[in-house]
Design a protein around this ligand. Structure first.
Ligand SMILES: Cc1cc2nc3c(=O)[nH]c(=O)nc-3n(C[C@H](O)[C@H](O)[C@H](O)COP(=O)(O)O)c2cc1C
Length: 369
């Protein structure tokens, strides 16, 4: 099938050409060592997806400061000692002809207490989930240090041979926490009204671009809404996107669990989020979309909606050769669920990721025995 999914795409600021429209969605693998070093299984996991034809590989979220580590087994880009580790992935992905992007991340109040027992966040407000810790409100100096840490991590990514970075501004983590009226109750220049709630994410985006120059790819992932009350509405997000579109970003990445879903906040609003975002962006910056895409027909829908790029997450865990098979006209042979036995070996999944998947039924499909 030689269709729109396989046409190259040149990013507007960096001028980097992505070989096709398909990206590996960023996926945490819980498999790095305690000091944040990547393991061989993770390198192989990413290498195989690049070899399978995904033109862009976005890595798992990588913490930019230890205090912002989100998960056990997350890898780090907070220090130059991680350069050898970071290089391994960039080299493996490039060797397969794909574009390598490091996702840079800070979890803020969403850190796993097992790794960060005393987290910090915009305000001392716990997340709306069971047993959430109450974080400490960040001081002004910490906010500046955090922005600088994102910039330093992006610089490190370029030193390690990546084509660029994706700033993780989605999924309830620190950037989103500054933007959200639930987690940001500040009344200083970093919070109080929409304008000031946008200040930190915009400052991170500017600092990252300034750190890496125009040759590097800089993308930004965002969640269009959140369920908390008060919480981010689509209208808030459209304002943020206007501001982001004025910065020199190569793409924006809308984070969705189901591409076809309507509003998270308003059950009667069934309109897909992506066309609303496309309308707001008016072609100023390319858009990547994601969410429960399994078949080639489903992958074409975002492009039909005038998004430019499509990310595959869970289906690429099950089917590392998704693009190669689709391109060869073998869509009927796509594996849309993990095999019930030896799924980690067959699909090249790091063991800790596989164990998490098995322990959380319904998260990633597993075929019946
Ligand atoms: C195992 C797993 C780990 C994930 N880790 C991340 C991550 O590190 N960063 C991120 O932005 N999203 C993460 N996500 C969300 C995915 O990038 C994607 O948005 C989501 O899985 C929906 O796409 P899909 O239906 O194609 O899987 C993760 C999802 C899964 C299943």
């Amino acid at each position: 099938m030689d269709n729109q999914l396989f046409t190259p795409f040149t990013l507007p600021v960096s001028g980097v050409t992505l070989p096709n429209r398909l990206a590996l969605a960023p996926m945490t693998t819980y498999s790095s060592t305690e000091d944040g070093t990547i393991t061989a299984g993770e390198v192989e996991f990413l290498r195989r997806r690049a070899a399978g034809g995904l033109g862009t590989i976005i890595t798992a979220a990588c913490y930019v400061e230890r205090i912002g580590q989100g998960f056990v087994g997350q890898w780090g880009c907070d220090d130059d000692r991680h350069l050898p580790s970071l290089r391994q992935v960039a080299a493996a992905v490039r060797a397969e002809g794909a574009v390598a992007l490091l996702q840079i991340h800070d979890a803020g109040r969403m850190s796993d207490p097992a790794v960060v027992p005393a987290p910090r966040a915009p305000s001392a407000v716990p997340a709306a989930r069971p047993n959430a810790l109450t974080p400490r409100a960040m001081g002004e100096d910490e906010i500046h240090a955090s922005i600088a840490a994102f910039a330093a991590a992006a610089r490190r990514a370029m030193q390690a041979g990546y084509h660029g970075v994706e700033i993780h501004g989605a999924n309830t983590y620190l950037l989103q926490q500054f933007f959200s009226p639930h987690s940001n109750r500040r009344d200083d220049e970093w919070g109080g009204d929409l304008e000031r709630r946008m200040r930190y994410p915009l400052a991170v985006a500017r600092a990252v671009r300034a750190a890496v120059g125009r040759q590097a790819v800089v993308g930004y992932r965002f969640s269009p809404e959140e369920t908390e009350e008060p919480g981010i509405t689509l209208d808030d997000t459209l304002v943020l996107l206007d501001r982001l579109a004025a910065l020199e970003l190569d793409y924006l990445h809308i984070s969705l669990w189901d591409y076809t879903a309507g509003s998270l906040r308003n059950p009667v609003d069934l309109r897909r989020r992506t066309p609303l975002v496309v309308e707001q962006l008016r072609g100023r910056v390319p858009l990547m979309a994601v969410g429960a895409i399994e078949t080639p027909e489903q992958a074409l829908l975002p492009l039909t909606d005038s998004a430019d790029l499509v990310a595959l997450g869970r289906v690429a865990l099950c089917e590392p050769e998704w693009p190669a098979k689709v391109r060869a006209g073998q869509a009927a042979d796509l594996r849309l669920a993990l095999p019930p036995v030896n799924g980690d070996q067959i699909c090249t999944l790091p063991r800790p990721l596989y164990e998490r998947i098995v322990s959380r039924p319904g998260w990633v499909k597993i075929a019946a025995e």
